[in-house]
Design a protein around this ligand. Structure first.
Ligand code: F6P
Length: 511
């Protein structure tokens, strides 16, 4: 966050300020966004009509907000066979896509299936995701045998293809563009791309997930980690959600990247004649658009439907089914809550809205099974014909998630570690019951929201069970005070501020 920016500006003034900056910055520059998952993916209806659907995940919704102000080109991987078809029918052509809220020009980077699977299913997730979420069981895995090196080549090929597509796009824009790369899928992109860009192009990269310290990065073979670090140092700016990740990145460069000169007070890394600025930009939500979804008819329908499935009090969790989300320990905490405080039995229900994710990866499939088994175990242990303590709903439905967020008494967000976690910010904005937020100290959001939430260790199920009890019996006055604190923190730093802070820093780098 740029500390010189006053936080007390009204939403309207802040939007106007962002619009002004965008006008200045992009009067003679184009904006190019690149990420693996794009803002939209296409399917076909039975009649053959194109059916677009919004790309899922926090990164896509936050980055999409920029299109209210600029008209970016978004370069991304095709997610469906229809995306692939569209890309091969019109190679190199931009696909315009607009909705009431968004306007983009899309360009798909098509790579061969085998390279893409190595890139996505072996290197990005699990290898990098698992390192950056401390998820390897190091006694057994990972092992860098020849298969992993072949997969690394797949990761290199996809990054190379992205870099080439971006360079081609920059050339065709005919001006000095600003390129903003997103996330861990594209770590090798800046290294290939920077030498292909005109000198006055600006290149920034935002890492949406945690950055562990150098000891954990030492899991990666020297050649892989040096390639990643050297490539990231080819950016002008590298952004993270929290100060902790920024410091870990600087320490990683100091320990593991030969030739890197790290300046902790300036937060820079100098290497090979280039200075990289490493900055904190805590991502947020689009408060206005989340409130709009909360008021929609579809959400109202989902709300009516959910009301029939709630307990007297409801604990909610909304997560992708990812081992880093610590869903099973959340069930263990609920088990302990019922053991220690049986007065909640028959009254409190956990509503778990879980979105299947990355099912091409064995660890994710196994974790889904573990979640189902843990649910059944709790329901057998405490449930009867009329009552089930856990209601598990598997599937992706944003309106349903927002409806559930309106209704919780307690929102449980207990990831092992999480870059930010936007559910923790969406919940308090739409909730209608002064519900209590329980947040893991491993979630980036806990650093901003700790004051209004109950903060727990993700590993400590006793502390989590006690926090659940405390939240369930909390006085209405304290609940209201905490809700007001959370809302004012979240409204005080909207997704527009996240974009604004990055654009201010980029505009200061202009030559
Ligand atoms: O930054 C992490 C992220 O990209 C989020 O946007 C999202 O929650 C998740 O990962 C999506 O992962 P995938 O694209 O693999 O489904």
């Amino acid at each position: 966050m740029n500390e010189s920016q006053p936080q007390a500006l009204t939403t309207r003034k802040r939007a106007a300020r962002l619009r002004r900056l965008v006008r200045e910055l992009f009067s003679d520059r184009s904006l190019i966004i690149a990420s693996n998952r794009g803002p939209v993916t296409f399917e076909r209806s039975r009649s053959g009509k194109l059916r677009p659907s919004r790309g899922s995940g926090g990164m896509v919704s936050a980055v999409s907000a920029i299109s209210r102000y600029a008209n970016p080109v978004w370069i991304c991987s095709p997610m469906s066979s229809v995306d692939r078809e569209m890309a091969s029918e019109r190679p190199g052509e931009l696909i315009p896509y607009s909705t009431k809220d968004y306007e983009f020009r899309l360009r798909f980077v098509v790579t061969d299936r085998e390279s893409y699977d190595l890139f996505y299913l072996t290197v990005s997730n699990p290898l990098l995701w698992f390192i950056q979420h401390y998820m390897w069981d190091l006694v057994r895995v990972p092992t860098f045998a020849s298969e992993m090196w072949s997969a690394w080549q797949g990761y290199q090929r996809v990054n190379q293809a992205f870099a080439e597509a971006i360079a081609t796009q920059v050339a065709s824009e005919g001006n000095h563009s600003i390129v903003v790369l997103q996330d861990y899928h594209l770590y090798l992109c800046p290294g290939v791309l920077a030498p292909l860009l005109p000198a006055d192009c600006l290149l920034s990269h935002f890492v949406h997930i945690p950055w562990p310290g150098p000891d954990y990065w030492m899991i990666l073979p020297v050649a892989m980690r040096e390639q990643i670090l050297a490539s990231l140092c080819c950016n002008d700016i590298l952004g993270f959600h929290t100060k902790r990740y920024v410091l870990s990145f600087l320490r990683t460069c100091e320990s593991l990247l030969p030739g890197a000169q790290v300046d902790y007070s300036a937060q820079t890394v100098k290497r090979a004649g280039k200075t990289l600025l490493v900055r904190i930009y805590p991502i947020s939500i689009d408060v206005r658009s989340v409130r709009r979804v909360a008021k929609s008819r579809r959400t109202a329908r989902e709300r009516d439907h959910l009301l029939r499935r709630l307990g007297e009090q409801t604990i909610l969790r909304v997560d992708r089914i990812d081992p880093s989300k610590n869903i099973v320990r959340g069930f263990e905490a609920l088990d302990l809550l019922f053991e220690r405080y049986p007065e909640h039995l028959g009254k409190v229900r956990l509503l778990a809205l879980l979105v299947p994710s990355r099912l091409g990866i064995e660890e994710y499939r196994k974790y889904l099974d573990e979640v189902i088994v843990a649910t059944q175990r709790l329901n057998l242990k405490y449930g009867d014909r009329e009552w089930e303590p856990v209601k598990l709903i598997v599937g992706e439905d944003y309106a349903r998630a927002v409806a559930a967020m309106q209704l919780y008494d307690v929102l449980l967000v207990n990831p092992i570690i999480d870059g930010m976690n936007l559910v923790a910010k969406e919940g308090p904005i739409v909730n209608e019951r002064d519900g209590v937020l329980i947040i893991s100290e491993g979630a980036g959001a806990s650093q901003e929201l700790g004051e209004g939430a109950l903060v727990v260790s993700p590993y400590d199920v006793v502390q989590t069970a006690e926090a659940l009890h405390k939240a369930l019996v909390m006085s209405p006055g304290e609940r209201a005070r905490r809700t007001a604190t959370l809302r004012s923190i979240i409204e005080g730093h909207n997704v527009g501020d996240w974009l604004y802070d990055q654009l201010v820093d980029l505009s200061e780098l202009q030559t």
